[in-house]
Design a binder for this molecule. Sequence first.
Ligand code: SF4
Ligand code: SF4
Length: 480
Amino acid sequence: MFSSQNEQDSRYYAMASLIPVLEPSDSAEAHRFAKEAYEISEQFDTPVMMRSTVRISHTKTPVEIGQRQEIPKKHYEKDPSKWVMMPAFAKPRRKVLVERIVSLRKWVETCPYNVVERASEQQAISSVRQGIICSGSVYQHVKEACPQVDVFKLGVTWPLPKNALQDFANSVDEVYVVEEASTYLSDAVKSCGIVLNDFKVPLPPDGELTPSAIRISFGLALPEHKDSERDIPNRPPALCPGCPHRIIFKELSRLRAIVTGDIGCYTLGALPPLSAMDTTLDMGASVSMAHGFELALEGDHRPVVAVIGDSTFAHSGLTSLMNTIYNKGAGTVCILDNRTTAMTGQQGNPFNGVTLQNRPSRELNLPAILEALGVDHVQCVDAFNMKAVRAALKNATQNDDLDVIVFQGSCVLLDKSPKQSYVVTPDCTGCGICKTLGCPAIASDPETGISSIDPDLCIGCDQCRQYCNFGAIEPREGSR
Ligand code: SF4
Ligand code: SF4
Protein backbone atom coordinates (compact mmCIF):
# COMPACT_ATOMS: atom_id res chain seq x y z
CA MET A 1 0.00 0.00 0.00
CA PHE A 2 2.81 2.41 0.77
CA SER A 3 5.90 0.97 -0.92
CA SER A 4 4.49 -0.57 -4.06
CA GLN A 5 1.99 0.78 -6.57
CA ASN A 6 0.84 -2.75 -7.33
CA GLU A 7 1.05 -4.17 -3.83
CA GLN A 8 0.64 -7.87 -4.18
CA ASP A 9 -2.18 -9.59 -2.37
CA SER A 10 -0.30 -12.47 -0.80
CA ARG A 11 -3.46 -14.57 -0.44
CA TYR A 12 -3.19 -15.46 -4.12
CA TYR A 13 0.11 -17.17 -3.34
CA ALA A 14 -1.59 -19.21 -0.64
CA MET A 15 -4.38 -20.10 -3.02
CA ALA A 16 -1.83 -21.21 -5.64
CA SER A 17 0.19 -23.12 -3.04
CA LEU A 18 -2.92 -24.63 -1.42
CA ILE A 19 -1.89 -23.60 2.07
CA PRO A 20 -4.17 -22.03 4.71
CA VAL A 21 -3.97 -18.28 5.43
CA LEU A 22 -4.59 -16.76 8.85
CA GLU A 23 -5.47 -13.04 8.93
CA PRO A 24 -5.32 -11.33 12.33
CA SER A 25 -7.30 -8.13 12.88
CA ASP A 26 -5.18 -6.65 15.69
CA SER A 27 -1.96 -7.19 17.64
CA ALA A 28 -3.51 -9.63 20.12
CA GLU A 29 -4.79 -11.82 17.30
CA ALA A 30 -1.45 -11.55 15.51
CA HIS A 31 0.20 -12.93 18.65
CA ARG A 32 -2.39 -15.66 19.14
CA PHE A 33 -2.60 -16.66 15.47
CA ALA A 34 1.20 -16.85 15.16
CA LYS A 35 1.31 -19.43 17.95
CA GLU A 36 -1.70 -21.36 16.75
CA ALA A 37 -0.46 -21.35 13.15
CA TYR A 38 2.23 -23.78 14.30
CA GLU A 39 -0.42 -26.01 15.82
CA ILE A 40 -2.46 -25.96 12.59
CA SER A 41 0.72 -26.68 10.69
CA GLU A 42 1.38 -29.74 12.85
CA GLN A 43 -2.24 -30.88 12.72
CA PHE A 44 -2.47 -30.83 8.93
CA ASP A 45 1.23 -31.25 8.08
CA THR A 46 1.18 -28.07 6.04
CA PRO A 47 2.85 -24.68 5.90
CA VAL A 48 0.53 -21.92 7.15
CA MET A 49 0.64 -18.34 5.90
CA MET A 50 0.16 -15.46 8.36
CA ARG A 51 -0.97 -12.37 6.49
CA SER A 52 -0.17 -8.99 7.95
CA THR A 53 -1.20 -5.79 6.19
CA VAL A 54 0.23 -2.33 6.78
CA ARG A 55 -2.28 -1.40 9.48
CA ILE A 56 -1.73 -4.63 11.42
CA SER A 57 2.03 -4.17 11.31
CA HIS A 58 1.90 -0.49 12.27
CA THR A 59 -0.62 -0.46 15.10
CA LYS A 60 -0.25 -1.38 18.74
CA THR A 61 -3.07 -2.96 20.72
CA PRO A 62 -2.90 -4.73 24.10
CA VAL A 63 -1.48 -8.24 24.00
CA GLU A 64 -1.52 -10.82 26.77
CA ILE A 65 1.65 -12.77 26.36
CA GLY A 66 1.15 -15.79 28.61
CA GLN A 67 3.74 -18.32 29.62
CA ARG A 68 6.39 -19.45 27.18
CA GLN A 69 6.05 -23.12 26.35
CA GLU A 70 9.11 -25.14 25.50
CA ILE A 71 8.34 -27.57 22.71
CA PRO A 72 10.49 -30.71 22.58
CA LYS A 73 12.58 -30.95 19.45
CA LYS A 74 11.53 -33.54 16.93
CA HIS A 75 13.90 -36.02 15.39
CA TYR A 76 14.56 -35.66 11.72
CA GLU A 77 13.61 -38.72 9.76
CA LYS A 78 14.83 -39.21 6.25
CA ASP A 79 11.89 -39.45 3.86
CA PRO A 80 12.79 -38.73 0.22
CA SER A 81 9.24 -39.52 -0.91
CA LYS A 82 8.15 -36.43 1.02
CA TRP A 83 11.11 -34.11 0.69
CA VAL A 84 12.65 -34.85 -2.74
CA MET A 85 10.19 -33.59 -5.34
CA MET A 86 10.96 -35.49 -8.52
CA PRO A 87 8.16 -36.89 -10.71
CA ALA A 88 8.09 -40.30 -9.06
CA PHE A 89 7.54 -38.72 -5.65
CA ALA A 90 5.64 -35.59 -6.68
CA LYS A 91 2.72 -37.49 -8.20
CA PRO A 92 1.82 -39.37 -5.00
CA ARG A 93 2.46 -36.19 -2.96
CA ARG A 94 -0.18 -34.44 -5.03
CA LYS A 95 -2.69 -37.02 -3.80
CA VAL A 96 -1.62 -36.23 -0.22
CA LEU A 97 -2.13 -32.55 -0.96
CA VAL A 98 -5.61 -33.12 -2.37
CA GLU A 99 -6.59 -35.11 0.75
CA ARG A 100 -5.19 -32.34 2.95
CA ILE A 101 -7.27 -29.72 1.17
CA VAL A 102 -10.40 -31.80 1.79
CA SER A 103 -9.50 -31.94 5.50
CA LEU A 104 -8.76 -28.21 5.63
CA ARG A 105 -12.06 -27.35 3.95
CA LYS A 106 -13.90 -29.42 6.53
CA TRP A 107 -11.92 -27.89 9.42
CA VAL A 108 -12.42 -24.31 8.27
CA GLU A 109 -16.22 -24.60 8.46
CA THR A 110 -16.16 -24.73 12.26
CA CYS A 111 -12.69 -23.48 13.23
CA PRO A 112 -12.58 -20.76 15.91
CA TYR A 113 -10.99 -18.17 13.62
CA ASN A 114 -14.15 -17.39 11.64
CA VAL A 115 -16.73 -15.62 13.76
CA VAL A 116 -20.24 -14.29 13.13
CA GLU A 117 -21.20 -11.21 15.16
CA ARG A 118 -24.85 -10.18 15.09
CA ALA A 119 -26.01 -6.58 15.51
CA SER A 120 -28.42 -6.07 18.40
CA GLU A 121 -32.01 -4.97 17.79
CA GLN A 122 -31.08 -1.55 19.22
CA GLN A 123 -28.24 -1.17 16.74
CA ALA A 124 -30.31 -2.04 13.68
CA ILE A 125 -31.33 1.15 11.89
CA SER A 126 -33.56 -0.30 9.18
CA SER A 127 -35.80 -3.27 8.63
CA VAL A 128 -33.41 -4.53 5.94
CA ARG A 129 -30.90 -6.81 7.63
CA GLN A 130 -27.43 -6.28 6.20
CA GLY A 131 -24.40 -8.56 6.51
CA ILE A 132 -20.75 -7.77 5.86
CA ILE A 133 -18.03 -10.33 5.22
CA CYS A 134 -14.54 -9.00 5.98
CA SER A 135 -11.15 -9.89 7.41
CA GLY A 136 -8.02 -8.42 9.00
CA SER A 137 -7.86 -4.74 9.96
CA VAL A 138 -10.87 -4.03 7.73
CA TYR A 139 -12.95 -5.78 10.40
CA GLN A 140 -12.05 -3.02 12.89
CA HIS A 141 -13.11 -0.34 10.40
CA VAL A 142 -16.37 -2.17 9.67
CA LYS A 143 -17.22 -2.40 13.38
CA GLU A 144 -16.61 1.33 13.75
CA ALA A 145 -18.38 2.39 10.57
CA CYS A 146 -21.37 0.03 10.58
CA PRO A 147 -22.37 -1.12 14.09
CA GLN A 148 -25.88 -1.79 12.72
CA VAL A 149 -24.89 -4.72 10.47
CA ASP A 150 -24.17 -8.41 11.07
CA VAL A 151 -20.53 -9.25 10.47
CA PHE A 152 -18.84 -12.44 9.33
CA LYS A 153 -15.23 -11.94 10.40
CA LEU A 154 -12.93 -14.29 8.55
CA GLY A 155 -9.75 -15.25 10.40
CA VAL A 156 -8.95 -17.82 7.72
CA THR A 157 -9.16 -16.39 4.21
CA TRP A 158 -8.05 -19.51 2.37
CA PRO A 159 -9.72 -21.94 2.20
CA LEU A 160 -13.06 -20.23 2.77
CA PRO A 161 -15.84 -21.81 4.88
CA LYS A 162 -18.27 -22.16 1.97
CA ASN A 163 -21.20 -23.60 3.93
CA ALA A 164 -20.86 -21.19 6.84
CA LEU A 165 -20.71 -18.25 4.45
CA GLN A 166 -23.79 -19.47 2.61
CA ASP A 167 -25.64 -19.83 5.94
CA PHE A 168 -24.63 -16.28 6.83
CA ALA A 169 -25.74 -14.94 3.45
CA ASN A 170 -29.09 -16.73 3.85
CA SER A 171 -29.56 -15.17 7.29
CA VAL A 172 -29.47 -11.55 6.04
CA ASP A 173 -31.35 -9.59 3.40
CA GLU A 174 -28.27 -8.02 1.83
CA VAL A 175 -24.69 -9.26 1.89
CA TYR A 176 -21.53 -7.30 1.14
CA VAL A 177 -17.82 -7.96 1.14
CA VAL A 178 -15.78 -5.05 2.47
CA GLU A 179 -12.10 -5.31 1.57
CA GLU A 180 -9.14 -3.07 0.96
CA ALA A 181 -7.72 -2.35 -2.51
CA SER A 182 -8.40 -5.89 -3.68
CA THR A 183 -11.14 -8.09 -5.06
CA TYR A 184 -9.64 -11.28 -3.65
CA LEU A 185 -12.30 -11.79 -1.01
CA SER A 186 -15.34 -10.75 -3.05
CA ASP A 187 -14.21 -12.98 -5.94
CA ALA A 188 -13.66 -15.88 -3.54
CA VAL A 189 -17.04 -15.36 -1.83
CA LYS A 190 -18.81 -15.15 -5.19
CA SER A 191 -17.15 -18.42 -6.18
CA CYS A 192 -18.95 -19.97 -3.18
CA GLY A 193 -22.21 -19.23 -5.03
CA ILE A 194 -23.09 -16.16 -2.95
CA VAL A 195 -24.63 -13.20 -4.76
CA LEU A 196 -23.27 -9.95 -3.36
CA ASN A 197 -25.18 -6.69 -3.21
CA ASP A 198 -23.77 -3.57 -4.85
CA PHE A 199 -22.54 -0.69 -2.74
CA LYS A 200 -24.24 2.67 -3.20
CA VAL A 201 -20.76 4.05 -3.93
CA PRO A 202 -18.03 1.58 -4.92
CA LEU A 203 -15.28 1.05 -2.36
CA PRO A 204 -12.10 2.94 -3.27
CA PRO A 205 -9.83 0.76 -5.45
CA ASP A 206 -6.64 2.18 -3.93
CA GLY A 207 -5.25 3.41 -0.63
CA GLU A 208 -6.11 2.27 2.85
CA LEU A 209 -9.74 1.74 3.69
CA THR A 210 -11.15 3.97 6.44
CA PRO A 211 -14.39 3.90 8.43
CA SER A 212 -15.46 7.04 6.53
CA ALA A 213 -14.89 5.39 3.15
CA ILE A 214 -17.02 2.44 4.27
CA ARG A 215 -19.84 4.71 5.46
CA ILE A 216 -19.76 6.56 2.14
CA SER A 217 -20.01 3.24 0.29
CA PHE A 218 -23.15 2.39 2.26
CA GLY A 219 -24.60 5.87 1.71
CA LEU A 220 -24.36 6.68 5.42
CA ALA A 221 -23.72 10.16 6.78
CA LEU A 222 -20.27 10.93 8.12
CA PRO A 223 -19.94 11.95 11.76
CA GLU A 224 -19.29 15.65 12.23
CA HIS A 225 -15.69 16.60 12.88
CA LYS A 226 -13.70 19.78 13.07
CA ASP A 227 -11.14 20.42 10.33
CA SER A 228 -7.57 20.69 11.53
CA GLU A 229 -5.86 24.05 11.36
CA ARG A 230 -4.51 24.68 7.87
CA ASP A 231 -1.26 26.31 8.92
CA ILE A 232 0.42 23.17 10.24
CA PRO A 233 3.69 22.96 8.30
CA ASN A 234 4.46 19.89 6.23
CA ARG A 235 7.05 17.56 7.68
CA PRO A 236 8.24 15.45 4.77
CA PRO A 237 10.47 12.49 5.66
CA ALA A 238 14.19 13.24 5.54
CA LEU A 239 17.53 11.65 6.35
CA CYS A 240 18.26 12.17 10.05
CA PRO A 241 20.54 14.99 11.20
CA GLY A 242 24.02 13.48 11.11
CA CYS A 243 23.09 10.71 8.67
CA PRO A 244 26.21 9.37 6.94
CA HIS A 245 24.45 9.23 3.56
CA ARG A 246 24.02 13.00 3.20
CA ILE A 247 27.33 13.97 1.57
CA ILE A 248 27.16 11.00 -0.81
CA PHE A 249 23.81 12.09 -2.24
CA LYS A 250 24.87 15.73 -2.33
CA GLU A 251 27.91 14.74 -4.40
CA LEU A 252 25.92 12.42 -6.67
CA SER A 253 23.54 15.29 -7.27
CA ARG A 254 26.46 17.56 -8.18
CA LEU A 255 27.76 14.91 -10.59
CA ARG A 256 24.35 14.76 -12.33
CA ALA A 257 24.76 11.01 -12.24
CA ILE A 258 22.01 8.57 -13.16
CA VAL A 259 21.52 6.93 -9.77
CA THR A 260 19.78 3.60 -9.37
CA GLY A 261 18.73 3.28 -5.75
CA ASP A 262 17.68 0.47 -3.48
CA ILE A 263 15.55 -0.26 -0.44
CA GLY A 264 16.57 1.42 2.81
CA CYS A 265 16.70 4.79 4.60
CA TYR A 266 18.86 6.02 1.75
CA THR A 267 15.86 5.90 -0.61
CA LEU A 268 15.19 9.32 0.96
CA GLY A 269 18.09 10.55 -1.19
CA ALA A 270 15.45 10.74 -3.94
CA LEU A 271 13.64 13.61 -2.20
CA PRO A 272 14.44 17.34 -2.43
CA PRO A 273 16.75 19.03 -1.84
CA LEU A 274 19.12 16.12 -2.57
CA SER A 275 16.98 14.72 -5.43
CA ALA A 276 19.83 12.38 -6.32
CA MET A 277 18.03 9.14 -7.14
CA ASP A 278 16.45 8.05 -10.43
CA THR A 279 15.01 4.63 -9.61
CA THR A 280 14.09 2.41 -6.68
CA LEU A 281 12.38 -0.86 -7.45
CA ASP A 282 13.28 -3.78 -5.21
CA MET A 283 16.13 -5.16 -3.18
CA GLY A 284 19.24 -5.64 -5.28
CA ALA A 285 17.77 -3.86 -8.31
CA SER A 286 20.13 -0.90 -7.90
CA VAL A 287 23.08 -2.96 -9.11
CA SER A 288 21.32 -4.82 -11.92
CA MET A 289 19.51 -1.68 -13.14
CA ALA A 290 22.81 0.22 -13.23
CA HIS A 291 24.16 -2.57 -15.40
CA GLY A 292 21.15 -2.23 -17.69
CA PHE A 293 21.50 1.57 -17.86
CA GLU A 294 25.18 1.18 -18.78
CA LEU A 295 24.27 -1.09 -21.68
CA ALA A 296 21.24 0.90 -22.84
CA LEU A 297 22.90 4.32 -22.62
CA GLU A 298 26.18 3.46 -24.24
CA GLY A 299 27.64 6.76 -25.45
CA ASP A 300 25.67 8.86 -22.95
CA HIS A 301 28.15 10.89 -20.95
CA ARG A 302 26.30 10.82 -17.65
CA PRO A 303 27.85 8.48 -15.10
CA VAL A 304 25.68 5.59 -13.92
CA VAL A 305 25.90 4.88 -10.19
CA ALA A 306 24.15 2.23 -8.14
CA VAL A 307 23.54 2.98 -4.45
CA ILE A 308 22.84 0.15 -2.04
CA GLY A 309 23.11 -0.28 1.73
CA ASP A 310 25.38 -2.85 3.36
CA SER A 311 22.59 -5.11 4.59
CA THR A 312 20.65 -4.87 1.32
CA PHE A 313 23.86 -5.73 -0.49
CA ALA A 314 24.24 -8.83 1.70
CA HIS A 315 20.58 -9.70 1.12
CA SER A 316 20.41 -9.44 -2.65
CA GLY A 317 23.08 -7.14 -4.09
CA LEU A 318 25.83 -9.76 -4.22
CA THR A 319 24.12 -11.83 -6.89
CA SER A 320 23.37 -8.73 -8.99
CA LEU A 321 27.00 -7.69 -8.76
CA MET A 322 28.16 -11.18 -9.73
CA ASN A 323 25.94 -10.92 -12.78
CA THR A 324 27.44 -7.53 -13.70
CA ILE A 325 30.98 -8.85 -13.30
CA TYR A 326 30.24 -12.04 -15.24
CA ASN A 327 28.75 -10.03 -18.09
CA LYS A 328 31.69 -7.61 -18.13
CA GLY A 329 29.60 -4.69 -16.95
CA ALA A 330 31.06 -1.32 -16.00
CA GLY A 331 29.82 1.59 -13.89
CA THR A 332 30.02 2.48 -10.23
CA VAL A 333 28.41 0.75 -7.29
CA CYS A 334 28.30 2.60 -3.95
CA ILE A 335 27.77 0.43 -0.90
CA LEU A 336 26.66 2.58 2.02
CA ASP A 337 28.08 0.73 5.01
CA ASN A 338 26.41 2.32 8.05
CA ARG A 339 27.11 -0.67 10.33
CA THR A 340 23.48 -1.67 10.72
CA THR A 341 20.15 -2.37 9.06
CA ALA A 342 18.84 1.06 9.88
CA MET A 343 15.43 1.31 8.21
CA THR A 344 13.93 -1.72 9.94
CA GLY A 345 15.25 -0.99 13.42
CA GLN A 346 19.02 -1.52 13.75
CA GLN A 347 19.23 -5.25 13.14
CA GLY A 348 22.50 -7.06 12.59
CA ASN A 349 23.68 -8.18 9.18
CA PRO A 350 26.61 -10.22 7.86
CA PHE A 351 28.76 -7.11 7.39
CA ASN A 352 28.50 -5.69 10.91
CA GLY A 353 29.32 -8.80 12.87
CA VAL A 354 26.06 -8.99 14.82
CA THR A 355 23.35 -11.61 14.44
CA LEU A 356 19.66 -10.84 14.14
CA GLN A 357 19.40 -11.78 17.82
CA ASN A 358 21.98 -9.05 18.54
CA ARG A 359 24.69 -11.54 19.45
CA PRO A 360 28.32 -11.13 18.36
CA SER A 361 29.14 -13.04 15.19
CA ARG A 362 31.76 -13.27 12.47
CA GLU A 363 31.93 -10.06 10.45
CA LEU A 364 32.26 -10.75 6.75
CA ASN A 365 35.05 -8.77 5.10
CA LEU A 366 33.22 -6.68 2.50
CA PRO A 367 36.23 -5.30 0.57
CA ALA A 368 37.80 -8.80 0.46
CA ILE A 369 34.56 -10.27 -0.90
CA LEU A 370 34.39 -7.58 -3.59
CA GLU A 371 37.97 -8.22 -4.63
CA ALA A 372 37.41 -11.98 -4.64
CA LEU A 373 34.41 -11.49 -6.93
CA GLY A 374 36.66 -9.71 -9.42
CA VAL A 375 35.64 -6.04 -9.06
CA ASP A 376 38.20 -3.93 -10.96
CA HIS A 377 38.59 -1.21 -8.33
CA VAL A 378 37.48 -1.22 -4.69
CA GLN A 379 37.77 1.92 -2.55
CA CYS A 380 36.87 2.35 1.13
CA VAL A 381 35.99 5.94 1.93
CA ASP A 382 34.95 7.95 5.02
CA ALA A 383 31.35 8.93 4.29
CA PHE A 384 31.62 12.06 6.48
CA ASN A 385 34.59 13.47 4.54
CA MET A 386 33.33 15.62 1.68
CA LYS A 387 36.66 15.87 -0.14
CA ALA A 388 37.26 12.12 0.09
CA VAL A 389 33.71 11.32 -1.11
CA ARG A 390 34.01 13.76 -4.01
CA ALA A 391 37.40 12.41 -5.06
CA ALA A 392 36.30 8.77 -4.85
CA LEU A 393 33.20 9.37 -6.97
CA LYS A 394 35.17 11.36 -9.53
CA ASN A 395 37.81 8.67 -9.72
CA ALA A 396 35.28 5.85 -10.06
CA THR A 397 33.04 7.51 -12.63
CA GLN A 398 35.81 8.63 -14.93
CA ASN A 399 37.02 5.21 -15.99
CA ASP A 400 35.40 2.48 -18.06
CA ASP A 401 35.82 -0.24 -15.44
CA LEU A 402 33.58 -1.57 -12.73
CA ASP A 403 34.23 0.33 -9.50
CA VAL A 404 32.80 -0.31 -6.08
CA ILE A 405 33.09 2.33 -3.36
CA VAL A 406 32.38 1.25 0.19
CA PHE A 407 31.32 4.39 2.04
CA GLN A 408 31.93 3.87 5.73
CA GLY A 409 30.00 5.89 8.31
CA SER A 410 27.90 4.67 11.21
CA CYS A 411 24.18 5.27 11.38
CA VAL A 412 23.65 8.24 13.67
CA LEU A 413 21.20 6.26 15.79
CA LEU A 414 23.87 3.75 16.87
CA ASP A 415 25.72 6.19 19.13
CA LYS A 416 23.29 8.07 21.34
CA SER A 417 25.88 9.82 23.52
CA PRO A 418 25.57 13.64 23.79
CA LYS A 419 27.25 15.44 20.89
CA GLN A 420 28.58 18.92 20.39
CA SER A 421 26.13 20.80 18.20
CA TYR A 422 27.15 23.35 15.59
CA VAL A 423 26.22 27.00 15.22
CA VAL A 424 25.98 29.50 12.34
CA THR A 425 28.16 32.57 12.94
CA PRO A 426 27.52 36.17 11.84
CA ASP A 427 29.73 35.44 8.80
CA CYS A 428 26.77 33.71 7.14
CA THR A 429 25.93 35.37 3.81
CA GLY A 430 22.70 33.50 3.26
CA CYS A 431 24.07 31.72 0.18
CA GLY A 432 21.93 28.69 1.06
CA ILE A 433 24.44 25.97 0.19
CA CYS A 434 24.18 24.34 3.62
CA LYS A 435 20.41 24.05 3.14
CA THR A 436 20.94 21.95 0.03
CA LEU A 437 22.19 19.13 2.27
CA GLY A 438 18.65 18.70 3.55
CA CYS A 439 19.63 18.40 7.21
CA PRO A 440 16.48 18.89 9.32
CA ALA A 441 18.55 20.84 11.88
CA ILE A 442 19.26 23.66 9.40
CA ALA A 443 16.70 26.39 8.81
CA SER A 444 16.93 29.75 7.09
CA ASP A 445 15.31 33.10 7.47
CA PRO A 446 12.76 33.38 4.65
CA GLU A 447 13.67 37.03 4.03
CA THR A 448 17.45 37.17 4.46
CA GLY A 449 18.33 33.54 3.74
CA ILE A 450 20.59 33.60 6.78
CA SER A 451 20.89 30.07 8.16
CA SER A 452 20.48 28.85 11.69
CA ILE A 453 21.03 25.47 13.32
CA ASP A 454 18.66 23.95 15.85
CA PRO A 455 20.93 22.84 18.73
CA ASP A 456 18.38 20.26 19.81
CA LEU A 457 18.52 18.49 16.44
CA CYS A 458 22.14 19.00 15.42
CA ILE A 459 24.50 16.22 16.41
CA GLY A 460 27.64 17.93 15.16
CA CYS A 461 28.40 15.60 12.26
CA ASP A 462 30.42 18.35 10.57
CA GLN A 463 28.93 17.77 7.12
CA CYS A 464 27.41 21.24 6.66
CA ARG A 465 30.60 22.96 7.85
CA GLN A 466 32.50 21.38 4.97
CA TYR A 467 30.16 22.97 2.42
CA CYS A 468 30.16 26.50 3.82
CA ASN A 469 32.52 28.60 1.72
CA PHE A 470 32.45 31.43 4.24
CA GLY A 471 33.57 29.54 7.33
CA ALA A 472 30.27 30.47 8.95
CA ILE A 473 29.54 27.12 10.61
CA GLU A 474 31.49 25.94 13.62
CA PRO A 475 31.09 23.82 16.74
CA ARG A 476 28.95 25.51 19.38
CA GLU A 477 31.08 26.27 22.40
CA GLY A 478 30.17 24.47 25.56
CA SER A 479 27.55 22.22 23.98
CA ARG A 480 27.70 18.50 24.54
S1 SF4 B 1 26.58 27.68 3.61
FE1 SF4 B 1 27.41 29.07 5.16
S2 SF4 B 1 27.10 31.09 4.30
FE2 SF4 B 1 25.84 29.72 3.12
S3 SF4 B 1 23.86 29.85 4.16
FE3 SF4 B 1 24.94 28.12 5.05
S4 SF4 B 1 25.98 28.97 6.85
FE4 SF4 B 1 25.35 30.68 5.58
S1 SF4 C 1 26.58 19.52 11.87
FE1 SF4 C 1 25.29 20.37 10.25
S2 SF4 C 1 24.73 18.64 8.95
FE2 SF4 C 1 25.48 17.80 10.89
S3 SF4 C 1 23.65 17.54 12.15
FE3 SF4 C 1 24.47 19.57 12.63
S4 SF4 C 1 23.40 20.95 11.26
FE4 SF4 C 1 23.10 18.89 10.45
